[in-house]
Ligand binder design. Structure first.
Ligand code: ADP
Length: 415
């Protein structure tokens, strides 16, 4: 009995072990397949291939399909994250994300540069741009504590920055945005300067006219000769005022010129026309046009281009001893047309050359005033040339003369 029972138990045990081994084999295969992923030495979820067919094989193929989908989703999310990072990195604004304890979790390139953040910098207090860092930290803490957006203007070296700290809408933490508003401030500054300069230039002739008019009013017994002289001065100053107002209006017009006014034009007859106009008012002046071109087509507002050329010609006469001599050259330079106007006048000091195209800039205030100039002529020229997508520059030698050159895109190719 004992022997029979022992044999049955042995057989039972043997069959049991074989059965367990058969059943557990696929599970063991699954464990083996995912071991490396589980231990972290493999990044990708593995595909499970079982030796045997059956229910476990079906389970493995479901698992494999799920793995594929998860893998795809991970890839998509990684791609999206990379894209978002790239977008944030390429923004002109500085962007910094912080967690609820104000620890930096992300800072884009602009922010890193502005704040001079060292690698893996965790607190804005550690920024090398110390004062900016402290201010940013202060704003961030405020946004985190109050859950409200806060902004602040900050001047860093010659930059005007706008700092905006805001709590994150969908998770804990805050975002800091640093915008460089330098160019906006410059435009505002330029506008302010322009108004101040224009007011000053307008005030001067008005004060003169008023002074003379009051003299006439208070002294009715002035001699006829004196009265005539005063009236002449008033008329002359009115002329100056008129010229100034017209220049200001021209400048505003040129700034807002519509593209519809730009048409195909030939620079050569345009220059000839200007020379003709100048010569009829100043018969002693000598103007020579040298060009080997038959046509010099440009896309231009002919009236404005004539105005720019006239301004240069008139300056050439104004700043030369009589009789003024002006050489004009028109050349084709690659895709561009170049027109240069060379006088033999008093010349411009090198230190002033860079600024003569600025509004209201005059080298010799007294001389400009005497000839009715307020330093707007060349700024009108520059605005006109730039509206034609061209460039203007001047070279000059004191006592020998100046050359003004316009480089304009040509439509030779379009013809
Ligand atoms: P303005 O109306 O006072 O002449 P512009 O803007 O036309 O003003 O010129 C600016 C300054 O540049 C002038 O004050 C003058 O000193 C200098 N300038 C311009 N053109 C010439 C030139 N051809 N020769 C010498 N100086 C010139």
């Amino acid at each position: 009995m004992f022997l029979i029972c022992g044999a049955i138990l042995l057989v039972h045990r043997l069959f049991g072990s074989i059965l367990v081994a058969i059943v557990l084999s696929p599970i063991q295969q699954i464990f083996n397949a995912i071991r490396e992923f589980k231990e972290g030495s493999e990044e990708l979820l593995p595909q499970i291939v079982l030796k045997e067919e059956g229910e476990f094989a079906k389970l493995a193929s479901i698992f494999n399909a799920l793995t594929c989908r998860i893998q795809k989703q991970v890839e998509n999310l990684t791609k999206q994250r990379e894209e978002t990072k790239e977008i944030l990195e390429s923004l002109e604004e500085g962007i910094i994300a912080l967690d609820p304890s104000a620890k930096v979790t992300f800072a884009n390139q602009t922010a890193r540069k502005l704040l001079k953040l060292i690698e893996n910098c965790q607190s804005l207090n550690d920024a090398q741009a110390f004062e900016l860092g402290i201010k940013c930290q202060e704003l961030i803490l405020h946004a985190l504590q109050t859950s409200e957006q806060i902004s602040h203007k900050f001047t860093l070296e010659s930059k005007y920055l706008e700092l905006i700290a805001a709590p994150l809408a969908y998770r804990d933490g805050a975002l800091l945005v640093i915008q460089d508003k330098t160019s906006d401030y410059k435009v505002i500054e330029m506008g302010k300067n322009f108004v101040a300069n224009a007011s000053h230039e307008l005030k001067t002739p008005i004060t003169i006219i008023r002074g003379f008019a009051e003299t006439l009013q208070d002294m009715p017994k002035l001699s006829k000769q004196m009265q005539k002289q005063i009236i002449e001065k008033i008329v002359r100053t009115c002329g100056r005022l008129d010229k100034l107002v017209r220049s200001l209006l021209t400048l505003a017009d040129v700034e807002n010129v519509s593209q519809e006014r730009f048409k195909l034009a030939d620079l050569i007859p345009l220059v000839e026309n200007c020379a003709h106009l100048v010569l009829s008012a100043n018969p002693l002046v000598q103007i020579n046009l040298n060009t080997e071109l038959k046509t010099a087509p440009i896309i231009a507002d002919a009236d404005l281009m004539e105005l720019a050329i006239m301004n240069i010609l008139e300056n050439g006469i104004k700043y030369s001893a009589l009789p003024a001599k002006i050489e004009i050259g028109i050349e084709k330079k690659g895709e561009e047309v170049q027109i240069s106007l060379k006088d033999q006048g008093i010349g411009i000091p090198e230190s002033d050359l860079e600024r003569i195209f600025d509004r209201f800039y005059t080298v010799d205030k007294a001389r400009s005033r005497k000839s009715g100039g307020a330093g707007l002529g060349l700024s009108i020229v520059k605005t006109i040339v730039e509206k034609h997508h061209g460039k203007v520059y001047a070279i000059s030698k004191l006592g020998l003369g100046s050359t003004f050159t316009f480089v304009l895109p040509s439509s030779f190719c379009a013809r």
